[in-house]
Design a protein around this ligand. Sequence first.
Ligand code: BES
Ligand code: MN
Ligand code: ZN
Length: 498
Amino acid sequence: MEYFTSTSKPSRRAVDCVIIGIYERGKLGVAADDINSASKGEVRRLIKSGDLSSELGQSAVLTKLAGVKAHRIVVVGLGKSSAFGARQFRKAVAAAATVITKTRAKQVLNGLMLETVAKTSRYYLARHTAEAFGEILYRFNKMKSGRQPAASPLKKIGYAIAKQADAADITRGAKHGDAIAAGVSLAKDLGNLPANVCTPSYLARTAKKLATGNAKLTTKVLNEAEMKRLGMRSLLSVSAGTEEAPKLIVMQYKGGGSNKPVVLVGKGVTFDAGGISLKPGPGMDEMKFDMCGAAGVIGVMATVVQLKLPINLVVVVPTVENMPSGTATRPGDIVKSMSGQTIEVLNTDAEGRLILCDALTYSRRFKPAAVVDVATLTGACVIALGAHRSAVMSNDDALRAELVAAGERSEDLAWPMPLGEEYAEQLKSNFADMANIGGRHGGAVTAACFLEKFADGLTWAHMDIAGTAWNSGTKKGATGRPVPLLAEMLLARCRALP
Ligand code: BES
Ligand code: MN
Ligand code: ZN
């Protein structure tokens, strides 16, 4: 996608399409006011006739308005002007993008950029615009045979600006939004691919591909024998029941000189059947999404590489398939993790923590400034927060706050959840250093407490994305979250650089 800024009045710009917005009670947005005057009151007339809705997310297309140079005007409802914030802006742009990408428009000018949006700078508006178009343009048709529906010919997204001085911030926002959209799309593709295609080896190949021709990024992939040598018996206990080879993917991006890196660890269970603690049948297909943590951190790496950010970032992906078989780990088996701590596997379906703990131990060698693991870890998290917010647990108050704040700014929401000795006690085992489950109560928290035992001395946070990483039902599919949140965290760390 290409991006441009335009200081001319929206009515004077000969583009294929201009987005304008109207608020409730007949209040016109800035661009709508301009189009209304240029067309001698056409917008107001249509509002009066009841043909234009001001309800947030409603839209209508007007073509060939007299006095207006653009071929099409897309009018979107903006809702109450007093409640118009970043979320509403993004929803309105997405609604416009939905109708625009069904037309033959090659360029669009976003007139909503001229609005005043509560607590949101032009930079973020530009970013949200690019991300919203990326969201709407995303298709996953790879696995369908036959003729594909024609793709939208949209090539250029323009930003209406009031003064040239705003151009630099907006151009930067567009560039960042474009890279985040690319990371989100990659994460969605990996998530949506079925488990017979997206295997641990497939994830490894994808990670290697990202590094080809990029001097700053190196990818290495550890195989089963190498992991055995490192003592990753906890991780390998999960892949014991499958024919698919387990992998540990390590991507190192060096853009930040001698600074300590941020390490992102992503759960890459390419299919979670539950193992011997087999999951029930209904909805089991959705366990192909159990690698969305991996997809998210690989997606963030794609964003960082595209932007050439001046930071050091390491992505570690433990990736396995969790299947039942005669060679699978049994409930009651005890395994020794790379850290030396022993684990009684009371439930083979609590496998995410078993691969993450060894990946966390492996991460220590990078002497990280911070380690964040990202995982579709527990059904309990879905019960606690639903599909709206990812959970964040941390042994460091500042890191937890940093992640939650990045979620707010990026509109990729998260919420803090606790850790604590009282929860950790639920993991006691009669036979090993710990059990891998802590009972039904507080399941998302006890899972995080398990991981905390492997993060001693690290500045560490855990994000449970079980509710946010994919949609179920008719909209079934990966969401690409938390790529926007993590990208924002890293961008903010760049802003803070001296
Ligand atoms: N991948 C699942 C978690 C999950 C469940 C994500 C449903 C999204 C929707 C994880 O490996 C798992 O099976 N967790 C168990 C843990 C339990 C056995 C302690 C769970 O949440 O039921
Ligand atoms: Mn499981
Ligand atoms: Zn799982």
